[in-house]
Design a binder for this molecule. Structure first.
Ligand SMILES: C[S@@+](CC[C@H](N)C(=O)[O-])C[C@H]1O[C@@H](n2cnc3c(N)ncnc32)[C@H](O)[C@@H]1O
Length: 89
């Protein structure tokens, strides 16, 4: 039974696919916004509500090995982060 700690749209395969489609559709616009916001090589970025990690992976590619992306999720989102291959803390 879902609890109020669960992501309202779920963390199942269909939601992962939906977020992936959303990511692909909006990616060019989002990349432009991040560039105009000054997110570049070496920056430290906080991704609040990282979900499966689509944005976090893009951000990690932008900031590179000299930068840092901290991906934050709710404790109730266990099983999320499949793209990041790290457990939520
Ligand atoms: C639309 S999804 C995010 C998709 C993600 N940014 C990506 O790139 O794929 C929204 C996420 O926000 C998370 N969330 C909601 N409330 C939160 C909170 N208070 N703190 C951290 N994460 C939260 C949800 O669990 C969900 O994974």
């Amino acid at each position: 039974m879902p609890s109020d700690r669960d992501y309202v749209l779920g963390t199942h395969d269909e939601e992962l696919a939906r977020l992936g489609l959303q990511h692909r559709v909006w990616r060019p616009v989002v990349l432009d916004c991040w560039q105009r916001a000054g997110i570049t090589v070496g920056k430290r970025v906080l991704d609040v509500g990282a979900g499966p990690g689509y944005a976090a992976v893009d951000l990690a590619e932008i900031v590179g090995p000299t930068g840092e992306v901290v991906a934050l999720e709710r404790p109730g989102a266990a099983g999320w982060f499949p793209l990041l291959a790290i457990p939520p803390c």
